[in-house]
Design a protein around this ligand. Sequence first.
Ligand SMILES: [Zn+2]
Length: 236
Amino acid sequence: MNQCKKCKSELNGAFCSNCGQAAKLKRIDSQYIISEIGSILNFEKGILFTVKELLINPGQRIKEFITEDRNRLVKPIIFVIICSLVYTLVIQLFHIEDGYIKFEGEKQSTTTLMFSWVQGNYGYANILMGVFIAFWIKVFFKKYDYNFFEIIIILCFVMGIGMLIFSVFAIFEGLTESKIMQIAGITGIAYCTWAIGQFFGKEKKVNYLKAFLAYFLGMFSFNLLIVIVGTLIDLM
Ligand SMILES: [Zn+2]
């Protein structure tokens, strides 16, 4: 008797009637490779589609991801890690000094070590920072029925695009040797404010102010915590 490899129910025909799994998996060949790369770069789905949609209509698309369809956009945690990786690669390639978070490197204090970890590991650091911003979003938008994890998902998408914005500016700075990373910072924050505000309702102007404050306070409290923890460790 033939059994489905996935759900173990009885097989009749080329596909499982219970879970839809193909009875026989096709061998990996050139076609598979092409279709996998195609699915990543696809403008209908995949990374490029996700980037395009998040630039044009972030509020609506993220809301759809949370409440309706999770297959069109790339998975958000993977997305923010990939975007941060792109950023890290770009600044390493062009040897760009980072203007995103500035710190004075006097001595090798624990605080400066922690900040340099943040700079070297934006993927993870962004998720951590997202937790702080999510807390403030929860505070400012408490009458909306979104839980903490849903807000984290909004931030993964939004901060991912933020990293790509930084990457574009970094490439431009690398090619032209003009100091524009400050403008990148402003553009990144402007995008995040717009996208988060739009998510909670395009029409209400106060949403954008709340989004900005949540973003700002999130960054501030994240950095403050690093300074406090770093200082405490050094004191001990
Ligand atoms: Zn099955």
